[in-house]
Design a binder for this molecule. Structure first.
Ligand code: KIV
Ligand code: ZN
Length: 507
């Protein structure tokens, strides 16, 4: 069996999902988890696009030594220079440069003739080779490009030293058979193709990203670019967990393997979902809440008799253990730490202390504390960005025949601020009161709430998206009280905004 290289672009293309932005610390956290998942390549960002991405690439190179670390760059010299600088300390760094090659992109977007595009591509490879030996090239919108131009350009960039050629189905237009043919034709018509690794990068606009990636493997591709939970630009990218589990579950058909540590899949999916605020749809293949649930009586009966009747893979193969009742009010530090370690969560002592305190508070409010509760709570603790504003007190009054009001006390530094406001419901009233305190003008674009586990006393997780000057920011809050969770999510969004802009404190 031959190996398929897994190139994860959650932190670059995945971040292009509307509203899904990561801080530098969050990128490091995800990259460390991707390293545990044992991906081969991590695309951390696009250093020329922001200082944050530059720092994220540099820091991941320092802190995540296992995988190849990749930085994206257009064929513009300043982009390549920035990517090269960010990758300076990488053990194994790769510059990934791209330019569009389809007639529609060249004519309308680039306003360039094909000969100019070819010239820029070749020059970019030459320059990138000055920074890293490993250079990947992507002809953007390859699936809508003229095949003969594509062959010519690919041959030219290989000649210049490209080590990986990635064929993107940028707009998710391809269908599996056609995409497989494209890959086969590239192999047939590019004489030097054997010198490089052939990769694909499929988008999911027609729901065929996974199928296209898998047929591309049959066609000869050996690297797959994908993201956790399939997040990414528009309808997203091919989902890592689908590709990996398809190759594993149907190895009898594909005869390929990956080196992915599949038991880390569920945890990675949850982490990315928490950080992006993009809740995984319940029926999502592999990592959705329902992926291993059997509802029909006949199915349940079958699974009880022999799981393989209706389960083609086991929940434990992706690291999903049954929602075990783990700890209670009387559990001690040791049991708490042990349980976290069993779930693969390691914390420094100071973080552990804070998490233990939060667990005790939760166990006071909630009879049963499940693994999912612990994961949510711990993420909340360890991913905290500096809290400029934190909630001290909230009191709301609401009903079906009265105007809702909220009184909110918020701590900032060592000062307490208090405001009251009316609103369309208690959450709106509380948000208006907070706006009066912070002076921020945020537009609420999206609000969602879901329960982390079952039961009336379940933890409620609120995820909001707010807009400020065209930027979408995600806020997340958890509590057994949904108003408190909503307020925490709003303050979290404001703190993120301040952190991102590194705004000085307004006193
Ligand atoms: O979809 C695309 O074409 C891309 C390239 C930058 C590889 O993301
Ligand atoms: Zn893409």
């Amino acid at each position: 069996m031959e190996k398929i290289i897994i190139f994860d672009t959650t932190l670059r293309d995945g971040e292009q999902s509307p509203g899904a932005s990561f801080t530098v610390e969050e990128k490091i956290k995800v990259a460390k988890q991707l390293e545990k998942l044992n991906v081969d390549v991590i695309e951390v960002g696009f250093p020329a696009s922001s200082q944050g991405d530059f720092e994220a690439v540099r820091e991941v190179c320092r802190e995540v030594p296992g995988p190849v670390i990749t930085a994206l760059a257009r064929t513009i010299p300043s982009d390549i220079e920035r990517a090269g600088e960010a990758l300076k300390e990488a053990k194994r760094g790769r510059i990934h440069t791209f330019i569009a090659t389809s007639p529609i992109h060249m004519e309308y977007k680039l306003k360039m003739r094909p000969s100019k595009v070819l010239e820029l591509a070749v020059k970019a490879i030459k320059m990138a080779k000055g920074y890293t030996f490993d250079v990947e090239f992507s002809p953007e919108d390859a699936s809508r490009s003229e095949p003969t131009f594509l062959y010519e350009l690919i041959e030219a960039v290989i000649e210049e030293g490209a080590t990986v050629i990635n064929i993107p189905d940028t707009v998710g237009y391809a269908v599996p058979e056609e995409f497989e043919n494209l890959i086969q034709n590239i192999i047939k018509n590019v004489p030097r193709i054997k010198e490089i690794t052939l990769s694909v990068h499929c988008h999911n606009d027609l729901g065929m990203a996974t199928a296209n990636s898998l047929t591309a493997i049959k066609g000869g591709a050996r690297q797959i670019e994908c993201t956790i939970n399939g997040i990414g630009e528009r309808a997203g990218n091919a989902s890592l967990e689908e590709i990996v589990m398809a190759l594993k579950t149907r190895s009898d058909f594909f005869h390929f393997f990956t080196e992915i540590n599949t038991v880390e899949i569920y945890r990675t999916s949850q982490l990315v979902s928490h950080l992006t605020g993009m809740i995984v749809q319940p029926n999502k293949a592999i990592v959705g809440k329902n992926a291993f649930r059997h509802e029909a009586g006949i199915h349940q009966d079958g699974v009880l008799k022999k799981a393989a009747t209706y389960e083609i893979m086991t929940p434990s193969s992706i690291g999903l253990e049954k929602g075990e009742l783990v700890l209670g009010k009387l559990s001690g530090r040791h049991a708490f730490k042990e349980r976290l370690e069993k779930m693969g969560i390691q914390m420094e002592n100071s973080q552990l202390e804070m998490a233990f305190k939060a667990f005790k508070d939760l166990a006071d409010k909630k009879k049963e504390v499940f693994d999912e509760d612990l994961i949510s709570m711990v993420e909340e603790q360890t991913l905290k960005i500096p809290e400029v504003y934190s909630l001290e007190y909230i009191h709301t009054v609401s009903g079906n025949k009265i105007l809702s009001t909220a009184t909110v006390k918020v701590k900032k530094g060592d000062k307490i601020f208090q405001e009251a406001a009316c609103g369309d419901g208690p959450v709106d009233a509380a948000y208006r009161a907070i706006d009066r305190i912070t002076g921020e003008r945020l537009t609420l674009i999206d609000y969602s709430i879901h329960s982390v586990t079952r039961g009336k006393d379940a933890l409620g997780e609120v995820v909001i998206k707010v807009q400020e000057k065209g930027n979408l920011i995600t806020g997340r809050g958890i509590s057994t009280d949904i108003i408190e969770a909503s307020v925490n999510a709003y303050l979290n969004a404001i703190n993120r905004l301040i952190y991102r802009e590194r705004k000085p404190f307004k006193e």
